[in-house]
Ligand binder design. Structure first.
Ligand SMILES: Nc1ncnc2c1ncn2[C@@H]1O[C@H](COP(=O)(O)OP(=O)(O)O)[C@@H](O)[C@H]1O
Ligand SMILES: [Mg+2]
Length: 143
């Protein structure tokens, strides 16, 4: 059991995993599952929802960004657990944010619902670009 008294504690648990066509998302899924079990999140519905979030982040790296890094970390605030996932890649980046967030928009005949889904099911979504180019997508989910 985690000891948590006042206020948030930073970086209780954190893993960063490379995502590429070669390694796919299995390591990232394992990293998320490991962190969730460390912070005692075992409800399969909650776990599945977080895996779905991770999948959307990871698939966007694989389909639109080629390869990248996903960092997953867990935080405690009061009686809540916060999961933060940050996806960074070395692709072309997201040039038109408004268009990318539009439900159904996809540059390559995908479903075009991924970013939109993240926006609706996450507590916070931040999208930007890396200084070197490439996309930066950060989500928070409190459970
Ligand atoms: N990591 C990324 N790098 C570059 N463009 C991206 C990235 N993620 C999303 N996009 C852009 O945003 C669009 C919408 O993404 P999304 O909602 O996940 O739908 P889909 O992946 O099905 O196309 C993509 O088609 C793409 O143009
Ligand atoms: Mg997508």
């Amino acid at each position: 059991m985690l000891a948590h008294k006042e206020g948030p504690r930073l970086d209780i648990h954190k893993r960063c995993v490379t995502v590429s066509k070669k390694v796919g998302l299995s390591q990232a899924r394992k990293a998320l599952r490991d962190i969730l079990s460390e912070v005692n999140v075992s409800d399969e519905i909650k776990v599945a929802r977080l895996l779905t979030i991770l999948d959307e982040l990871g698939n966007n790296i694989l389909r639109h960004g080629e390869k990248g890094l996903i960092c997953i970390s867990a935080y405690i605030k009061g009686d809540k657990v916060g999961i933060r996932m940050v996806a960074e890649d070395r692709g072309a980046g997201i040039e038109d944010l408004e268009r990318a967030l539009r439900p159904g928009y996809s540059e390559d005949r995908g479903m075009g619902m991924g970013l939109n889904l993240l926006k609706s099911i996450c507590d916070d979504l931040r999208i930007g670009s890396l200084v070197e180019g490439g996309a930066y997508v950060e989500v928070w989910k409190w459970i």
